[in-house]
Design a protein around this ligand. Structure first.
Ligand code: ADE
Ligand code: ZN
Length: 348
């Protein structure tokens, strides 16, 4: 990739719609937490942490590392440290808007105060916005394999903080575990209370999972969803109903949800007019960043104009109220126009 292409991607205003806070723990942060809590990882070198924990033979190995990382998040200060790292990355990567996924049921399962953690995270973001002009919203995720009770508790927490930074309820975890049907009422309740609905589907499961996310849970956006490329009718439905897919290329290769980047269905989905965006999913666990995701899309054949379109699609697919979305869209459009003009001057 040329340095001019890399520079274009860096300067492109970007929005990140799918990034897990817990998955933002890097090997360095895990080592720091390991030392703080004298865990078995405190003795390892960074390289050992990378090879033993941050490489995944399959999806369940990835979920296992996720568990290990979360065991090291014990108090609000730990979550805040991860958030600080994430916010710094947003500034460096020219990310103007982000929807961050936090999973309170992980904290509850480990005996921590999931609500107190959320309150501190929201408070930090409120203070961050005026100084950085980066706005952050939150998706509170339920875990597919943990059932209805924890999901209801998550929905109630999301509702309590709706309008104070929380925009949506989500469902993540292992889509091949419990059926979606068990979450129908929880998600209907959340939608009736003004929350958007975000569902991980069509990552390790097939197109039927995406159909279920739409028809059973009323999803407003799908996490991953690339398996929709196996179903022409589904791609058409997503396009017609403006239902976005959060594509996470590095994630799909590292978790082995997909084999080779060169044959990833992303291109097909994009060419068919499915509203796709580019995202990192778990930037710490996959050691990636949003510019790197755009670079991978460029390697797959996308031109600068395509990348700009995807950046604008991220604004379009965001869980934002109309006036906020319009303002952000205008800002992105103006900057992208300027970027195109500068590019033409340099080239011509
Ligand atoms: N939670 C964090 N990353 C995830 C992924 N890739 N799939 C499902 N749940 C997740
Ligand atoms: Zn995810």
């Amino acid at each position: 990739m040329s340095s001019s292409a890399r520079n274009f991607i860096r300067r492109l205003p970007k929005a990140e719609l799918h990034v897990h806070l817990e998955g933002s723990v890097t090997p360095e942060l895990l080592l720091e937490l390991g030392r703080k809590y004298s865990s078995e990882y405190a003795q390892l070198s960074l390289q050992e942490i990378r090879t033993r924990l941050f490489q995944y033979e399959n999806f369940s190995a990835f979920l296992n590392t996720y568990r290990v990382v979360c065991e090291h998040l014990r108090e609000p200060a730990d979550y805040l440290m991860v958030l600080e790292h994430l916010l710094h990355g947003f500034q460096e990567q020219n990310i103007r808007y982000a929807e961050v996924i936090y999973t309170p049921s992980i904290a509850w399962k480990m005996g921590r105060d999931g609500k107190a953690i959320l309150m501190q995270l929201l408070d930090r973001c409120t203070r961050f916005h005026p100084t950085s002009a980066i706005s952050i919203h939150w998706i509170l995720d339920c875990v597919r394999q943990w059932g209805r009770e924890a999901a209801d508790k998550t929905a109630h927490l999301a509702e309590e903080f709706r309008g104070r930074g929380v925009k949506a309820i989500g469902l993540g975890g292992d889509e091949n575990s419990l059926p979606l049907e068990g979450y129908r009422e929880t998600f209907a309740w959340a939608r009736a209370h003004g929350l958007f609905c975000h569902v991980h589907a069509g990552e390790t499961g097939g197109p039927e999972q995406v159909w279920g996310a739409i028809h059973v849970l009323g999803a407003n956006r799908i996490g991953h969803g690339f398996q929709a490329a196996r179903d022409a009718g589904l791609m058409e439905y997503l396009r017609e109903h403006a239902l976005g897919l959060d594509i996470c290329l590095t994630s799909n290769i590292k978790t082995r949800a997909w084999g080779l980047l060169s044959s990833h269905p992303f291109q097909l989905l994009y060419r068919r007019g499915v509203p796709v965006t580019l995202n990192t999913d778990d930037p710490g666990l996959f050691e990636t960043s949003l510019p790197q995701e755009y670079e991978k899309a460029a390697q797959l054949g996308l031109q600068r104009s395509d990348l700009a379109r995807i950046a604008l699609q991220s604004v379009q697919s965001a869980f934002l109220a109309h006036p906020e979305k319009t303002a952000l869209m205008q800002q992105f459009q103006d900057e992208i126009y300027q970027l195109g003009k500068e590019d033409a001057e340099t080239l011509g």
